[in-house]
Ligand binder design. Structure first.
Ligand code: HEM
Length: 238
């Protein structure tokens, strides 16, 4: 399978099948999200719900399994080998662009899960139509603490079972600790966000627009990286 992903791609560029598949899926998901956004703007809550929920879940499933499989960050680690342009271009354009893209990927992944949860919490069905409740939507510190506690327990259990089956490593510890830290940051941010937009409907609209903008920039930066690597300045890889 890994070998198959390294075969020449189907777009006819210098990319591998893996890179082309990734670019194709990114285009497909971005298109789905934009259509879902337009549906929300036209007050078609049901269409919006299914497009966003289906699209985000499929996107999370595809990209996490794909990148875990391909060993996260192969491109960034291999670095210069994959890029055929000048050192100047690599240092001042390619790497800053890739770094920006990866930061947005992390924000985008967090926002995908956050928005799905917020969508379910803020919605109501009125006369068969899915709408957003124009009401306060707040969670207490106690509730957030309980949710965080339960998730921490599950993560610790997972970590322990991994250590028992395949041994302890510092890297593993850092990954699980990083996950919990990210979650703690998100929960702390949520408290601040709730103060700024206490109304569930308003919060979903404001953060939804923010998420959509992130996804559009993600698509542009991702496609630019693809173009630089596999069309304009192909290197040894591919
Ligand atoms: C997962 C990512 C999601 C994003 C990025 C998102 C984004 C948005 C945005 C931007 C709007 C306002 C549109 C506008 O006025 O400009 C909106 C409205 C809405 N969203 Fe979401 N949403 C997401 C998921 C969900 C989910 C999972 C549900 C339901 C469970 C949902 C239910 C709704 C409803 C009912 C509206 C109101 C539509 C109307 O105005 O009648 N959303 N969303």
């Amino acid at each position: 399978m890994l070998e198959w992903l390294k075969q020449p791609g189907f777009f006819g560029t210098h990319a591998t099948i893996g890179a082309d598949l990734s670019q194709f899926m990114a285009t497909l998901f971005t298109t789905l999200f934009v259509i879902g956004w337009v549906q929300a703007k036209h007050q078609r809550g049901n269409h919006h719900h299914w497009l966003m929920l289906g699209g985000m879940v499929a996107m999370l499933a595809f990209f996490t399994s794909y990148y875990l499989f391909r060993q996260l960050g192969v491109l960034a680690v291999e670095g210069k080998e994959g890029f055929g342009g000048s050192q100047q271009l690599y240092d001042h354009v390619f790497i800053p662009l890739l770094t920006f893209h990866i930061i947005l990927v992390i924000i985008g992944l967090v926002m995908a899960v956050y928005m799905i949860v917020l969508g379910f919490r803020a919605q109501a069905i009125a006369a068969g139509k899915r709408i957003l409740k124009d009401a306060l939507l707040q969670t207490s510190w106690a509730k957030i603490g309980t949710i965080f506690g339960v998730i921490t327990a599950v993560v610790l259990l997972l970590f322990t079972s991994r250590v028992v089956t395949s041994g302890f490593s510092m890297r593993k510890l850092m990954v699980y600790f990083g996950l919990l830290l990210l979650l703690a940051i998100v929960f702390a941010l949520e408290i601040a966000i709730q103060r700024i937009w206490p109304n569930g409907e308003q919060r979903h609209r404001v953060l939804g627009r923010f998420t959509m903008i992130i996804y559009c920039i993600l698509f542009v930066t991702g496609s630019t990286t693809y173009t630089m690597l596999y069309i304009l300045f192909p290197g040894k890889v591919g």
